[in-house]
Write a protein that binds this ligand. Sequence first.
Ligand code: ADP
Length: 260
Amino acid sequence: MSVIILDRVVKTYPNGTRAVKDIDLAIEPGHFTVILGPSGAGKSTLLRLMNGLEKPSEGTVSVHDTVLGKKNLRAIRREVGMVFQQFNLVGRLNVMTNVLTGRLAYRSWLGSVLHLFREEDFRIAQAALARVDLTEKAWVRADQLSGGQQQRVGIARALAQRPRVILADEPVASLDPLTSREVLDLLKGICQDDHIPVVANLHQVDYAREYADRVIGVNSGRVVFDGSPDQLTDAMVDELYQRAAPVKEPLHEASTLAHA
Ligand code: ADP
């Protein structure tokens, strides 16, 4: 069963920008999927559509065979962990509290407002912190940590949701190369060892080649490449990055994967 399915999805923003143009896509379990493409290609919009932060203008988005809609949004969103470029931590709160916010979707509205967590939430948050190797930082203010550590807290917060998939929107764009690798190694490990599929937006071709099981190349709101890193030739990369005009047809590179 596919983890996420986009069925003929179009996204037009209120100002008329068509960020996603008729995309069919199925995200498969077990994969580290990288969405690759230049700035403005529509990568971030695609990820936001996958967790219901954006509503498709046309078509449907399904998570584990359930079509996203108003009624199930909260329930489905907690199954989808999100990791952000700017980490999105609350800097003045300690690391543990930031990770615990990953549990909020499981609590009542009042419990959420009052930050009432249960013993079980603490255990889950502790395990998530241990997974990202930050147990000793649990009671430190989040804004005291380095960028790489903050991103690991962001990943722990996503893990605390007990997600069925993790979406990472440019997770290493704010980090230096060494730290970027640590974060990508961690995400890859979570995918392989914890069996949580990861979909990451990246704009760096080298990282996509090194880490991805599957690369989805996006330009001008369309999928222009879909295949393994081996199939991502230099010529294909040039196509992906130099194509200025809107793309008419996919290049059919291993496009069978899109409906595997
Ligand atoms: P990427 O993540 O690949 O940089 P985005 O999904 O952020 O691409 O953006 C795709 C296109 O949609 C761009 O032209 C961008 O300017 C536009 N866009 C993104 N978000 C909005 C928004 N909230 N309102 C209007 N246009 C937007």
